[in-house]
Design a protein around this ligand. Structure first.
Ligand SMILES: [Zn+2]
Length: 133
C-alpha cells in the first residue's frame, strides 16, 4: 500500500515525485520539477526546494520565511493549467499552475506562472510571476 503522490498525478509517491526529492533521479521536464517541488513543499523537504532554486528566485529565497510558510501551510492540491516548452531538450520552460493550501484554518490558492531553466541537464526554478485573484 503506497501513498498517493501529493502532486495529484494519481500515481504512488514512490513512483512519482519521491525519486526526485531523494535525489535518486532528476526530473526530465519542467513540469516534473514543478510537481516535485509542490510535493516537497507538502512533505516539508526544504532542502529540495533550495537545491532546485537558482537565479532571481534564489536571490529572493529566504530560508527562514520559507520554513515558516512550510510549517504554517498545508498544501492540499495542485492543478497544472498550462505548460510551455520545458521538455527534456529545451533550455527554458514555463508552467502555470494553481496550488491550494490551508493556513490557520482558511483555504487559499496560489496562481503562479513559474519559469524554469535547464542548466546542464538539471531543471531549476528561476522565477515566478503570481497572479492575484
Ligand atoms: Zn508527484
Amino acid at each position: 500500500m503506497h501513498m498517493k503522490c501529493p502532486c495529484g498525478s494519481m500515481q504512488s509517491l514512490n513512483m512519482c515525485c519521491e525519486p526526485f526529492i531523494l535525489n535518486k533521479t532528476r526530473p526530465k521536464t519542467a513540469e516534473q520539477l514543478m510537481r516535485s517541488r509542490f510535493t516537497a513543499y507538502s512533505l516539508k523537504k526544504i532542502d529540495y526546494i533550495h537545491q532546485t532554486t537558482q537565479g532571481k528566485a534564489l536571490e529572493d529565497f529566504d530560508m527562514t520565511s520559507a520554513l515558516y510558510s512550510m510549517n504554517n501551510c498545508q498544501w492540499t492540491s495542485l492543478t497544472i493549467l498550462n505548460t510551455l516548452l520545458g521538455m527534456e531538450f529545451d533550455e527554458t520552460g514555463f508552467v502555470e499552475f494553481i496550488a491550494s493550501y490551508i493556513s490557520d484554518g482558511l483555504e487559499y490558492t496560489l496562481h503562479e506562472r513559474s519559469e524554469f531553466a535547464n542548466i546542464d541537464g538539471h531543471w531549476t526554478y528561476i522565477d515566478g510571476e503570481q497572479y492575484t485573484a
